[in-house]
Design a protein around this ligand. Structure first.
Ligand code: FAD
Length: 300
């Protein structure tokens, strides 16, 4: 018999969704619409980023605290070492713990001005591994750390970057979430290299659905993420066709996830950019269906 074009995936996946703290009331509405759409999928957690130089400290806190109190979904706060003393970080972390937040995505962070080099605060943490060690002293948080399938741009070598990932896990992180990448083999190679380096924690691929190609290309260059020629070709000529671009974006991201799934990946982290549709469509194609009532149903 002919094999079906779409295998009937059982939806045995775990997903998490990343958001950024909104700047305006309009952006706040978009964010909450997205959270409402995505939360019935029963994410393992949702996370909220921390702006360069701690510029979003209050907004990140407010967003994470509201998710934790209104949705019941485990909420994770991103936290960086930039421009903060150890005492300030302890204060922020303690406030999260007191607000019921039990999960931190612990990062070194980048300087607020693009292109300049990270300088640790004189009384602060010099790296994510140091931060993770510090957080462990404050409260028994669940901690996630960042990983780089194409090597962090400042790393001395791929091996030294893997050693650094191992330090973060040894310091108390229980999972790694990767920088985005465009080819499934990039992830598989990294997974193999990590296993060879003695890393046995889960490595969750970070999925960035590409709908604004120019923006993704800029970010890819900054992060050292390779942009394959086929991806540029797929978006070529679609600048003035937003609907077509969304369809192409969904197709590309769904195919990436289907290949990762075929390679054994069961947990996915989505960079949603605060939009729900692409992430929802991909999760749906991976067989995921709503498992919990929508927040408004609970309220009713
Ligand atoms: P680290 O793990 O400290 O590594 C930084 C660099 O130093 C690497 O090159 C590493 O190899 C090297 N290094 C560290 N220690 C040593 C050592 N002892 N010897 C030699 N080399 C060493 N940024 C934000 O500002 N806000 C966010 O919310 C945010 N969220 C993110 C979420 C994810 C999932 C990812 C992947 C990234 C995120 N970032 C965020 C970006 C991140 O802050 C940057 O990539 C930053 O440049 C590195 O952070 P890190 O935690 O990986 O740092």
């Amino acid at each position: 018999a002919a094999s079906p074009m779409f295998a009937d995936l059982s939806g045995d996946i775990g997903v998490s969704f990343e958001f950024f703290p909104p700047k305006t009331e309009k952006m706040n509405e978009t964010l909450w619409e997205s959270i409402k759409t995505l939360s019935p999928l029963g994410p393992r957690f949702v996370s909220v980023t921390y702006g360069a130089g701690g510029t979003t400290r209050e907004r990140t806190h407010a967003t994470v605290a509201r998710i934790a109190s209104e949705t019941g979904i485990p909420a994770a706060a991103h936290l960086t070492c930039v421009d903060a003393s150890r005492a300030e970080i302890a204060e922020v972390a303690q406030a999260y713990w007191d607000a019921g937040v039990r999960h931190i995505v612990a990062l070194r962070g980048d300087p607020p001005t693009a292109g300049s080099k990270f300088q640790p605060h004189p009384e602060g943490y010099a790296s994510a591994a140091d931060l993770i060690g510090g957080l462990r002293q404050i409260a028994p948080f669940e901690i996630s750390a960042a990983a780089y399938p194409e090597t962090h741009p400042e790393a001395l070598s791929p091996q030294s970057d893997l050693d650094n990932l191992k330090r973060k896990l040894d310091a108390g992180a229980s999972r790694a979430i990767t920088q985005f990448f465009h080819e499934p083999d990039t992830f598989f190679r990294f997974r193999d290299a990590a296993a060879a380096a003695g890393i046995d924690a889960e490595i969750v691929p970070g999925i960035m659905p590409v709908s604004n190609f120019a923006a993704i290309q800029r970010m890819s260059v900054m992060c050292g993420t390779d942009v394959p020629a086929w991806l540029a070709r797929l978006f070529d000529g679609l600048d003035d066709l937003p609907a077509a671009r969304q369809l192409v974006a969904a197709t590309v991201a769904a195919e990436l996830c289907r290949r990762l799934y075929a390679g054994g990946v069961r947990n996915f982290h989505f960079y949603t950019l605060n939009r729900a549709e692409l992430a929802y469509a991909i999760c749906h194609m991976l067989g995921l269906r709503p498992t919990v009532a929508k927040p408004e149903d609970i309220a009713a």
